[in-house]
Design a protein around this ligand. Structure first.
Ligand SMILES: NC(=O)c1ccc[n+]([C@@H]2O[C@H](COP(=O)([O-])OP(=O)(O)OC[C@H]3O[C@@H](n4cnc5c(N)ncnc54)[C@H](OP(=O)(O)O)[C@@H]3O)[C@@H](O)[C@H]2O)c1
Length: 251
């Protein structure tokens, strides 16, 4: 069975990946959708042009990796596309925030992404693809979201290193670096109404971001940064010393 796996498929960008991926990858016969909220996953599954398996897993719980591994062992799928989308970001200065929320970003954005990728790679055939959702936050540190921007720097680094490891196997790895999007992310992370930076920046449309990312992965690009504004921002972040950049990128 040729499948695609999408983590974070219950809302926002992950839901858009699930909705759009079959039009770019028609060989996909089944989708595996992962998130905690089963009812939301089932709503998404009902709207898809292919059958979908809804896996209600809390990826911050390491037991979810065991459940995922058991499903892979049982089904022995060919994973043509893995989309690591699940992620969270919380606003606040370290020392004033909830430690459980700070470490949650590491558990979900790093540990889960690494575990799901490592468990899935043996099932990805030559020609397969991995998409990792990074962020413009990966371009330089963002004060007041220091842990979040550090996790996304990991995701971008991880993408390049893994792409090199998998090159000889014919598997490509693409990171997408969107700017802010109007999803549940900003409410969950206490960002809405509390971040002058988020209030100022131009927003990306998750429908376009998903479409552009699926195309970038199709052409096996390593990075995709949506919109000219953020492409220029990425270039500036490469040219300007990081300490100076960090003075202007406080969330
Ligand atoms: N929105 C932005 O401004 C923005 C900008 C750049 C990058 N991003 C990145 O884009 C990705 C998607 O975010 P989004 O904007 O679409 O936000 P979102 O709507 O909040 O989506 C997050 C997804 O992750 C899932 N998730 C959260 N915690 C989970 C857990 N413990 N276990 C399993 N799944 C979990 C959520 O589902 P459940 O709640 O059902 O578990 C949801 O499907 C994230 O990696 C985020 O860092 C977002």
């Amino acid at each position: 069975m040729k499948i695609a796996i999408v983590t974070g498929a219950s809302s926002g960008l992950g839901r858009e990946f699930a909705r759009q991926l079959v039009s770019e990858y028609p060989e996909v016969e089944q989708l595996w959708l992962i998130a905690r909220r089963k009812d939301k996953l089932e709503d998404v599954a009902a709207s898809l042009p292919r059958p979908a398996v809804c896996m209600a897993l809390d990826l911050c719980d390491p037991m979810s990796f065991t459940a995922f591994q058991e499903k892979l062992l049982l089904e022995q799928p060919e994973v043509h596309l893995l989309v690591n989308d699940a992620g969270c970001g919380y606003l606040g200065n370290l020392g004033e925030t909830d430690t459980a929320l700070e470490t949650r970003m590491i558990d979900l954005n790093l540990r889960a992404l690494t575990a799901i990728t490592n468990l899935t790679i043996p099932y990805i055939p030559r020609g397969g693809r991995i998409i990792n959702v990074s962020s413009i936050a990966s371009f330089c540190p963002n004060a007041r979201m220091t842990v979040y921007s550090s996790t996304k720097a990991f995701v971008s680094h991880f993408t390049v290193g893994l792409g090199e490891e998998l090159r000889k196997k014919g598997i490509s790895v693409t990171a997408v670096c969107p700017g802010p999007m109007s999803t549940e992310f900003c409410d969950v992370g206490n960002i809405t109404g509390n971040s002058p930076m988020f209030a100022t920046l131009p927003y990306c449309d998750q429908v376009h971001v998903a479409h552009g990312t699926l195309l970038a992965a199709k052409y096996r690009h390593t990075f995709y940064t949506p919109t000219m504004f953020y492409k220029i921002f990425r270039l500036v972040a490469k040219l300007v010393p990081v300490k100076l950049m960090t003075k202007f990128t406080k969330t």
